[in-house]
Design a protein around this ligand. Structure first.
Ligand code: ATP
Ligand code: MG
Length: 333
C-alpha cells in the first residue's frame, strides 16, 4: 500500500485555501486509498515571530479542525510533529545533505524573509532551514506521495533531491516521494488580491475565508471579492484571475468538477458570487458544527493525538536509525 504524508502549520486559523488545496483531498481520497499520516507541523510555526500561548491554541485547533472536517483516526494517523523526536533528529542529517545555495533559492523563503524584514523584524535561521525539516517530515515515513497545494511543489522537489543525494552517498535509505495536487483548487487566491495565494498567516483579513468564519462573514467576504471590470463570465486564469478563483471555489465546493463549464451557466458576477457564497457556507457548516462538539471534548482530541504520535514514532524510528547508521554515526550500545 502507498504511504502518504502531509501536514499543516499552526501559524494561523485554517483557511479555505488549506481546505480546498490540501485537506479535502486527504479526507475524500487519500485516507481511503493509502497508509496515510497527517501532521500538525508545529515546529514549522516557530520559524516566524510567534506567541507561545497562541501557538498552543492553534495547534489544538488545527487538530480538531482536521477531525471535524473528516479525517478519521481509524483510517489514518493524525499527530503533532513535536511529539515525535525523529523529525528533528533526521532534519540534522538532511542539513548535512543540503547546501546553503539550495536553501536560499526557495521562493517561499525569499518571500517570507522579505516580509519579516519589511515588518522590521529579523529572519530566524529556521526560516531558511525549514524546507529541510519538511524533507525530514516526509522522508522519515518512507513516503511515496505528498498531497499538497501548488505552493509546496518546490519544497517537495527539494525533498526528492535530498533523498536521491543521500541514497547515492550512503546507500539506499529513503523512498523518493512525489507531490500530488487536487485537479481543481491547487492554488486558491486571496479574494482581495487574486495575484497572491490565500495564506493563513497573511494579514489581509477580508481576502481570506477561514474555516471557522460565521456564514455572514463568509458571505460578506465572497460578495466583496475583487474581480475585474468585465461583464461576461468566462474561465481565464491568466486574464481574469479573480473570476477564475471564484469559479474554482464554486466547482470544488459544489463538487461540480469543471470550472470552465460552470462559467457558461452565468451571465453576471453578482449571481456567481451569490452561488459561491452559498456553496462555501454549506461546505463549512458541518465542519464548524463538528468542531464545536470537539472543542467540548478535549480529552478525545488529546487521545487521538497521543495514539497518533505512538504509531508515527514506531514508523519513523527504524527509518531514522537506519539513516544514522548509514552516515557512519556509531549506534548507541
Ligand atoms: P502560511 O501562510 O503560514 O504558510 P498556509 O496557509 O500557506 O500558511 P500551510 O500550513 O503552509 O498553510 O500549508 C498547508 C497546506 O495547505 C499545504 O499543502 C499548502 O500547499 C496548502 N495551501 C496553503 N495555502 C493554499 C492555497 N491558497 N491554495 C491551495 N492550497 C494551499
Ligand atoms: Mg504555507
Amino acid at each position: 500500500m502507498k504511504r502518504i504524508f502531509s501536514g499543516v502549520k499552526p501559524t494561523g486559523h485554517l483557511t479555505l485555501g488549506n481546505y480546498i488545496g490540501a485537506v479535502r483531498k486527504w479526507i475524500e481520497e487519500d485516507q481511503h486509498r493509502a497508509d496515510a499520516l497527517f501532521c500538525v507541523v508545529d515546529l514549522h510555526a516557530l520559524t516566524v515571530d510567534h506567541d507561545p500561548a497562541r501557538l498552543r491554541r492553534l495547534s489544538r485547533q488545527a487538530a480538531s479542525l482536521l477531525l471535524a472536517a473528516g479525517l478519521d483516526p481509524e483510517r489514518c494517523v493524525l499527530f503533532v510533529q513535536s511529539h515525535v523526536d525523529e523529525h528533528a533528529r533526521l532534519s540534522y542529517l538532511l542539513e548535512c545533505t543540503a547546501t546553503d545555495g539550495e536553501m536560499r533559492r526557495m521562493v517561499q523563503y525569499k518571500e517570507k524573509a522579505a516580509r519579516e524584514r519589511e515588518r522590521g523584524g529579523s529572519v530566524r535561521l529556521s526560516l531558511l532551514t525549514y524546507p529541510v525539516l519538511m524533507a525530514a517530515d516526509i522522508l522519515a515515513y518512507g513516503t511515496d506521495e505528498v498531497p499538497v497545494g501548488d505552493d509546496q511543489t518546490q519544497h517537495v522537489e527539494l525533498t526528492r533531491d535530498l533523498a536521491v543525494r543521500f541514497n547515492q552517498r550512503y546507500g539506499h535509505t529513503f523512498t523518493v516521494p512525489r507531490a500530488t495536487h487536487p485537479a481543481v483548487g491547487a492554488r486558491v487566491m486571496n479574494l482581495q488580491d487574486p495575484s497572491v495565494k490565500m495564506g493563513k498567516s497573511d494579514d489581509t483579513g477580508p481576502g481570506i475565508v477561514y474555516l471557522l468564519d460565521e456564514p455572514d462573514t463568509v458571505r460578506r467576504k465572497v460578495m466583496r471579492a475583487v474581480t475585474d471590470s468585465g461583464r461576461d463570465v468566462v474561465y481565464d486564469r491568466e486574464g481574469r484571475p479573480g473570476l477564475a478563483n471564484l469559479l474554482d471555489v464554486l466547482a470544488v465546493s459544489t463538487g461540480a468538477g469543471d470550472p470552465a463549464e460552470l462559467a457558461a451557466g452565468y451571465s453576471s458576477y453578482g449571481a456567481l458570487k451569490r452561488d459561491v457564497a452559498d456553496a462555501v457556507v454549506e461546505l463549512l457548516r458541518p465542519v464548524r458544527e463538528r468542531h464545536a462538539e470537539l472543542v467540548a471534548d478535549p480529552a478525545y482530541v488529546d487521545g487521538v493525538l497521543r495514539a497518533g504520535a505512538e504509531r508515527a514514532r514506531a514508523l519513523a524510528r527504524p527509518v531514522v536509525d537506519r539513516a544514522y547508521r548509514a552516515v557512519g554515526l556509531v549506534p548507541a550500545a
